[in-house]
Design a protein around this ligand. Sequence first.
Ligand code: SAM
Length: 403
Amino acid sequence: MTFKRRYTTIMQSSLFILGRQPALGIAELESLFGPELITPIDTHAAIVAVDPDDIPFNRIGGSIKLAGVLTEIQSTDWTALAKYIEDTLPKHLSGIPEGKLKLGFSTFGIHVDANTINKSALQIKKAVKSAGRSVRIIPNNDVALNSAQVIHNQLTSPLGMELIFLRNGSSTLIAQTISEQDIESYAARDQQRPMRDARVGMLPPKLAQIIVNLATGAKAPDRDFTVLDPFCGTGVVLQEAGLMGFSPLGSDLEPRMTEYSKKNLEWLQEKWDTSFDITLITGDATNLEWQENIDAIACETYLGRPFSSLPDTETLTEVMQDVNLIHKRFLQNVARQTKPGLTLCLAVPAWKTPDGFKHLKLLDSLEVLGYTRRSFVHARESDLIYYREGQVVARELVSLIRK
Ligand SMILES: C[S@@+](CC[C@H](N)C(=O)[O-])C[C@H]1O[C@@H](n2cnc3c(N)ncnc32)[C@H](O)[C@@H]1O
C-alpha cells in the first residue's frame, strides 16, 4: 500500500504506535530522526514529521505500528468518532481497488470497550455497503487489534484498512496503518537460529535493533560502516546490524560464542538472501586490540551471573562489583583505541530490588572514563531500562559519546 492510497491526509507525517516500553521506542525515534521532528502523543505514540514513505520501518524495534495521520477530530467521544467515520468513509473509497474491503479499528486512550467498537463497526459496515462496496469487519476482542490480526487479515494491503483512533489531549487523531511490525520475522530471527544458548542469548531482536539504532543514529545503511559488538555471544546484535546494512564486527571472550555467532550470521544471510562480510575475533573486551576500524559500538555487555530470584545483599554486592570492574576496564580499553565522537549504545545490567533498580556504579563516573552520556529530550534516562516482570537482571540502555 502506498501513502497516496489513503483516503485523505492532513500531514506528511508519520504516526508511530510505540511498543511495550514506550520510552525505549521514543529514544530510538529520537536517535534516528532527531528530537525536533518528534511530538510525543499521550504516553504510547509519537508523531514524526517525516513522510511515512521515507521511514525504514522494518529496522525500528521499539514501535509496533506505522500509520499516516488522516485527520484530527475535536472530540474524544467514541460515538462522535464512529459517526464521523460512518459519514466520511463511504465517500473516500474510490481509490481502493475492486473487491471486498477488510476493515479494522484500533483505539488508544479512548474511553470505549471492544463490544461498543464492534457495534459501531456494524453501522460503518452498513454505510460502506450502501455506497456499493462489500466489506468485512475484523471483530475486536480488545480495544486495539494485535499485530497478528492486522497481518493475518492483510489490513495493510490495498484492500485492507486499519483505522487508528488515538487520543491527543481533548481531541483524537485518526490515522491509517501503513506497516505493522513483522512479528513472524522477529520470531524467526530469534527462535530459528541454529545456535542458541539460553545462558547468554536471550536478547530479543527488537531490542537489538533499538541498541543498534541508538548507536548508529541517523546513519544510512553503509557496508563500510562497522558496528562492533565486543560481547557478541550468539550474535543477535550483529545479526540486526547486518540486516540494517552495516558491517558487523564481533568479539567475545569465549571461542564457542564467536563460533555460534559465525554460524548464526551465515544462516541469517542465507535465509534473508543478503550478504555482508563477517569478522569475528576471540578476545577479552577489557584488553583486546581490535585491528579493524570501529564506527560505532552496539552491545549487550556481560550481565553477570543470572539470578532467578534476588540473592542476599552480600552476593549481589559482590556480583555488582565484579561486573562493574569489567565494564570499567572495557570502557578504558575502548577509549584508548577510538577517536572522539564515537557513539556507543550499551545494554548493561541493572538489578531490580524492592527499593528500585540498582545501577552499575561506573555510570556515575563516565566523564572521568572519557565518555559523555547522551540524554534524550523525549525520554527520561530512568525509563531506558528493558525489564520484564519477575526478572532480577534488567538491561539498562546507556548511550555514550566518546569525548
Ligand atoms: C549477555 S551475553 C551477550 C549475548 C548476546 N547479546 C547474544 O546475542 O547472544 C554476554 C557475553 O559476553 C561474553 N563476555 C563476558 N566477559 C567478557 C569479556 N571480558 N570480554 C569479552 N566477552 C565477554 C560472554 O561470553 C557472553 O557471550
